[in-house]
Design a protein around this ligand. Structure first.
Ligand code: NAD
Ligand code: IMJ
Length: 256
């Protein structure tokens, strides 16, 4: 498989080996992509270790709430790669208290933070990538979302609102940058035990409910999201944009 030969990608949202963004990175690297991977402060060591297995990667700091760090990433990617074919956005955050307190207690600051880091950042990254993608004749942007955008799940709270904003952002961006042959899509993944799921009360019971009710009677693995991500990012997906692809063993289709 070499459908990413000669292609370059930027991966945002790798914390450790369990990160879904890392699974997508591996799926594209295996097919020949050259990658730039960003890390959020405390994950620098982890990301450097993971990237040791990649072919001449670029490792850069990026807090997605910081415009100058985003600018610096694209300046460096432009200088080193001379263009960009795809971006993976896997950053999400809400202050921990917002994921346990009653939803009606959502604070103004918690709401602002969740939407800034989990949804606005897709706009900022896509805008930064645009000139580098235009120089390649187009590109593909992929983000990660969750069904909590449409249905209520216990404790998902303001992250559900942020994911609804993110999915709408996918459609507005797709319409805006489509004429430049840049595609924007999301994968809505089933629950996976990553760092973003660690310490969430009741997460194991959510995994059990999915296993019992999903048509495939199982949960999904990060590697499976990685494969679906590689599909959307590759030329196999070149007529797909503004889409939210469910990669959840069919759970979303069930009523009861
Ligand atoms: P993860 O903890 O490995 O990834 C989340 C990433 O967000 C981390 O790498 C973290 O560094 C990054 N991040 C948070 N704040 C940031 C900031 N200010 N600047 C830069 N990066 C920041 O967990 P994951 O499950 O791989 O999450 C990746 C994406 O997948 C998220 O958007 C999440 O909502 C989504 N998702 C996860 C699941 C699941 O069950 N794990 C299901 C569906 C969707
Ligand atoms: C997270 C919280 C509550 C319910 C949840 C999740 N369900 C799933 C997740 C049902 C699947 C994981 N998910 C899809 C996320 O998007 C998680 C985002 C997240 C996680 C944390 C934990 C640590 C923290 N802030 C966070 N912000 C966002 O402090």
């Amino acid at each position: 498989m070499s459908d990413f030969a000669g292609k370059t990608g930027l991966i945002v949202g790798v914390a450790n080996k369990r990160s879904i963004a890392w699974a997508i990175a591996q799926a594209t690297a295996r097919r020949g992509a050259r990658l730039a991977i960003t890390f959020q402060g405390r994950f620098e060591e982890h990301v450097h270790e993971l990237a040791e297995g990649l072919d001449s990667p670029l490792i850069l700091p990026c807090d997605v709430s910081n415009d100058s760090e985003i600018d610096a990433v694209f300046a460096k990617v432009g200088a080193e790669f001379g263009g960009l074919d795809f971006v993976v956005h896997g950053a999400a955050f809400a202050p921990r208290d917002e994921l346990s307190a009653p939803f009606a207690n959502t604070s103004r600051e918690g709401f602002r933070t969740a939407l800034d880091i989990s949804a606005y950042s897709l706009i900022a990254l896509t805008r930064g990538a645009m000139p580098l993608m235009e120089s390649r004749g187009g590109g593909s942007v992929l983000t990660l979302t969750y069904l909590g955008s449409e249905r209520v799940f216990p404790n998902y709270n303001v992250m559900g609102v942020a994911k609804a904003a993110l999915e709408s952002t996918v459609r507005y961006l797709a319409a805006d940058v489509g004429p430049k042959n840049i595609r924007v899509n999301a994968i809505s993944a089933g629950p996976i035990k990553t760092l973003a799921a660690a310490g969430i009360s009741g997460f194991s019971s959510i995994l059990n409910v999915y296993r019992e009710r999903a048509p495939l009677r199982r949960n999904v693995e990060a590697a499976e999201v990685g494969e679906a991500g590689a599909f959307l990012l590759s030329d196999a997906g070149k007529a797909i944009t503004g889409e939210v692809l469910m990669v959840d063993a069919g759970f979303h289709a069930t009523g009861m």
